[in-house]
Design a protein around this ligand. Structure first.
Ligand code: UT7
Length: 324
C-alpha cells in the first residue's frame, strides 16, 4: 500500500509586485533580475492576509480536486517558516477553518524543503491507516523580506500549494522520499532575530535582524551540488533513469540553479516545471504550487514518474519520486 496524491490545489495573493516596481525601491533592474534569477514578478499578501489564509484556500482547492470531504481528513500538516503566530500552529487554524474535525494538526519547519519533508510524514501516516492527509506548503515570505536589501528582496514571494494524500494499492503513489540536512551550514540562509537566540527588542528591529539574510553565492553552489546528488540518489533508489522521468518539479529558487542541475543530469528543460518567473521563490509553497499548475495544465498523466526536489535553509535538501 502506498500514499498517492489524490488532488492538488494552490492559491496566490492578488497583488503583483513586478521587477519594475522593485526598480523604484532598490538599486536594481529588470534586466539584472531576469538574467540572474529568471524572476519577473511575485505575489505579495494583502495587509492582514496571513499564512493560514493562503494555506486554507490552497487546501480547499486540493480537497475539491480530490473529491475528499474535510471531515474525512485525519491529519493536517502545514510546512511553513512564516506561520500566523509562534503558537498555535498554523495547521490548527487551517484545520478549524476547513472543518477537519479532530484531525491531527501541526506545522513543519524545514524552510524550502518543508513540503517534501511534510509529504514524507503524511505518507507514513497514510501507511499506518489514516484515511486522508492534507499536506500544505504556505508562506508569507514578504514578512521576512528586507525591502531595502537588493540581494534578497528580488527573490521571494508569497503563495501556497496543497495536496491530499490517500491510500492506494494500484501501484500509484509516493515511491520514495529522501530527506537530508547539514546543520553546519545553518548560517547560509538565516533569520537572526525574533527567536529564542535573539528575542525581539528595539535594537534587533533597528538593525533589521528580523529579516532573512542569505549568502547567495555559497547557497547557489551548494544548491546545484545537493540537487544533482539528490536526483541521482532518488532515481537509483527506484531503478529509474533520467529518461524514465515525465516531469521534474524543482524548488523554484533560481532559473540558473535549475538549468545547471538539468544540464548535469542530461534532463531536457521541456520536462522541467517552471513558474518562478511569475511567483519567485515561495519557499515551502514552491513545489506544491508548481505541481498544481502542472496538474491543472494537463501536463501530468496517469502512470507518469515525477521527481520533486528542494534545497533550503538548514541546510536541508530532499527529494520525492511519485508514480502518478
Ligand atoms: O530557497 C533557497 C534560497 N536561496 C537561493 O536559491 C539563492 C541562491 N543564490 C542565488 O540565486 C544567487 O546567488 C543570487 C540571485 C542571490 C545572486 O546572483 P549572483 O549571480 O550570485 O550574484 P552575486 O551575489 O555574485 O552578485 C553580483 C553583483 C554584486 O555586485 P558587485 O559586488 O559585483 O559589484 C551584487 O551586489 O550583483 C549585485 N547585485 C545586484 N545588482 C542588481 C546583487 N543583487 C542585485 C540586484 N540588482 N537585485
Amino acid at each position: 500500500m502506498r500514499a498517492r496524491i489524490a488532488g492538488t490545489g494552490s492559491y496566490v495573493p492578488k497583488r503583483v509586485l513586478s521587477n519594475a516596481d522593485l526598480e523604484r525601491m532598490v538599486a536594481t533592474s529588470d534586466a539584472w533580475i531576469v538574467e540572474r534569477t529568471g524572476i519577473r514578478e511575485r505575489r505579495i499578501a494583502a495587509p492582514g492576509e496571513a499564512c493560514s489564509d493562503l494555506g486554507t484556500a490552497a487546501a480547499e482547492r486540493a480537497l475539491e480536486a480530490a473529491g475528499v470531504a474535510a471531515a474525512d481528513v485525519d491529519m493536517v500538516l502545514v510546512a511553513t517558516c512564516t506561520g500566523d503566530y509562534p503558537l498555535p500552529s498554523t495547521a490548527c487554524l487551517v484545520q478549524h477553518r476547513l472543518g477537519a474535525a479532530r484531525a491531527a494538526a501541526c506545522d513543519l519547519s524545514a524552510a524550502c524543503c518543508g513540503f517534501i519533508y511534510a509529504l514524507a510524514v503524511g505518507e507514513a501516516y497514510v501507511k499506518t491507516g489514516a484515511r486522508h492527509v492534507l499536506v500544505i506548503g504556505a508562506e508569507v515570505m514578504s514578512l521576512l523580506t528586507d525591502w531595502t536589501d537588493r540581494n534578497t528582496c528580488v527573490l521571494f514571494g508569497d503563495g501556497a500549494g496543497a495536496v491530499v494524500l490517500s491510500p492506494a494499492d494500484d501501484g500509484r503513489g509516493i515511491l520514495s522520499a529522501h530527506l537530508h540536512s547539514d546543520g553546519s551550514l545553518w548560517d547560509l540562509i538565516c533569520v537572526p532575530g525574533g527567536g529564542s537566540r535573539m528575542p525581539p527588542s528595539e535594537k534587533m528591529l533597528a538593525e533589521g535582524l528580523q529579516y532573512l539574510k542569505m549568502k547567495g553565492n555559497e547557497t547557489f553552489k551548494v544548491a546545484v551540488k545537493t540537487l544533482e546528488e539528490g536526483a541521482r540518489e532518488a532515481l537509483s533508489a527506484n531503478n529509474l533513469s533520467v529518461e524514465d522521468l515525465a516531469l521534474y518539479v524543482p524548488h523554484q529558487a533560481n532559473i540558473r540553479i535549475i538549468k545547471a542541475v538539468a544540464n548535469r543530469l542530461g534532463l531536457p528543460m521541456e520536462k522541467v516545471v517552471l513558474n518562478l518567473d511569475r511567483y519567485g521563490n515561495t519557499s515551502a509553497a514552491s513545489i506544491p504550487l508548481a505541481l498544481d499548475e502542472a496538474v491543472r495544465a494537463g501536463r501530468v498523466k496517469p502512470g507518469d514518474a515525477l521527481l520533486m526536489e528542494a534545497f533550503g535553509a538548514g541546510l536541508t535538501w530532499a527529494s520525492a519520486v511519485i508514480r502518478w
